[in-house]
Structure formats: C-alpha cells, structure tokens
Design a protein. Structure first.
Length: 78
C-alpha cells in the first residue's frame, strides 16, 4: 500500500484508531517523562490544557469507533 492510498475512501486502515493510538502514545510518553524527571528530582511542567486535549482526542477516537461498531451491528440485525 502506497502512502497516497491511505487517503482514499476505500482502504483497510481505520484512521480513527491510528489517531487514537498516536494520541495515547503521546500521553504515555508524557507519563514516562514525568516519572523519569521525578526520579531525578525535577518537575516536568506540562500544560494541563495540552494534556487534556490529548485525553479528549484519545477518548473521542476510540469512543467514535466503538459507537460505530455498536450501531453498525444493530443496523445490520434489522
């Protein structure tokens, strides 16, 4: 699959999961950096607004995908 195929409507990649995972990976990186800097006695200052934005993106991405799966299974049963 070429890079340009990602942007087509008919592809095998779920873009919502990719965005959600990337956002979750950033949050995990923040957590590890906070633990490491705490171990060395320094505070990691991360804006609450930025961290909350990643939380909302993660929950939104996985939540939208979950709702899509639930409603598609309900619609397909009808």
């Amino acid at each position: 699959m070429a890079f340009k195929d990602i942007f087509k409507d008919s592809n095998d990649i779920n873009e919502k999961n990719v965005v959600g995972f990337a956002s979750f990976a950033v949050m995990v990186t923040f957590a590890f950096a906070d633990i490491i800097t705490g171990f060395f006695g320094k505070d990691l200052v991360v804006s609450e607004f930025i961290y909350n934005s990643f939380v909302i993106i993660t929950l939104g991405s996985f939540g939208i995908d979950g709702v899509t799966k639930v409603f598609s299974s309900i619609i397909n049963k009808s």
